[in-house]
Design a binder for this molecule. Structure first.
Ligand SMILES: [Zn+2]
Length: 284
């Protein structure tokens, strides 16, 4: 099963057959919405969809149930997650309606639970490449094939806490680092997907130039128009990516917990063990 987490502007699932809604509960609370599950076209591929912000965008980036969303997908047997984000651009050449498939993240969040572990089990996982490199390439190929949008493969996504947008000083600082995008939801989603040994990549649709660009006066109307245009391109990208995804994974994501559990299994408290067992599996 393939998971899709839709960002701002993506509240409808993809064209699916035999659609059902499944209310999933997890030890980390309820996901953003009931999970929509269905067969993608006549491919036989099952897709599970969650709108990240809830069906009516009721939740702010700080308070989203990131852990419940990823854990719910894990319980459903999802191995690969495609996601989308609405983002601001930090580069002149990444104009609104450009689709970027980032390959790096700079984490500026500070109020989020970014791990499934703790409470008696310590896991130190490599996170040098926060997105699945195969999925990044695959998503970029899909965006190029399925849309007329300008696209970029790779780039650094600065994840801020929000809900306010950046100050001008912050925006100019991020731009000066050579980073590409600013948004509010890549973290902890990418960290949790890695902890769940899932492939994870995202298609980020540019809606505006943040506040570094002095001559840019982006109006709400423009942002909404760009988000609407991005919605069609993002859906087309994700649909193409699902259609063409190889049956089997050919990357290391499925083994990303190997050798990372520092706590001896017998020392893990029973309550914690029950909660993390679906994630750690044979590792404890
Ligand atoms: Zn992978």
């Amino acid at each position: 099963m393939i998971g899709f987490i839709g960002g701002s502007g993506i509240y409808d699932a993809l064209p699916l057959n035999d659609v059902r809604e499944k209310a999933v509960s997890t030890p980390y609370g309820d996901p953003s919405a009931p999970v929509t599950i269905g067969e993608f076209g006549d491919t036989g591929t099952e897709v599970a969809f969650l709108p990240r912000h809830g069906s009516d965008h009721q939740r702010s980036p700080t308070n989203l149930p990131y852990r419940a969303n990823i854990y719910a997908f894990k319980q459903l047997g999802v191995e690969r997650i495609l996601a989308s984000n609405a983002v601001g651009s930090l580069r002149d050449e990444l104009s609104p309606q450009t689709l970027v498939i980032p390959d790096q993240i700079f984490d500026r969040t500070n109020h989020r639970d970014a791990t499934f572990f703790g409470d008696g089990v310590v896991v130190h996982q490599p996170f040098a490449d926060p997105y699945c490199p195969h999925m990044v390439e695959h998503l970029h190929d899909a965006a190029t094939d399925a849309t007329d949008a300008d696209t970029q493969q790779g780039g650094t996504y600065v994840c801020i806490e929000g809900p306010q947008y950046s100050t001008r000083a912050e925006s100019e600082f991020y731009k000066a680092q050579g980073w590409d995008l600013v948004g509010m939801t890549a973290i902890p989603e990418a960290k949790l997907a890695r902890e769940a040994e899932m492939c994870y990549a995202t298609v980020a649709g540019v809606t505006d130039y943040d506040v570094w660009k002095a001559d840019s006066e982006v109006t709400l109307d423009e942002v909404l128009a760009n988000a609407a245009a991005n919605e069609d391109a993002i859906k087309a990208t994700v649909e193409r990516a699902i259609e063409t995804l190889p049956d089997e994974r050919d990357c290391d994501c499925g083994h990303s917990l190997d050798g990372t559990v520092n706590t001896p299994p017998e020392a893990i408290p029973e309550e914690t063990r029950d909660r993390v067992a679906p994630l750690l599996g044979d590792h404890i």
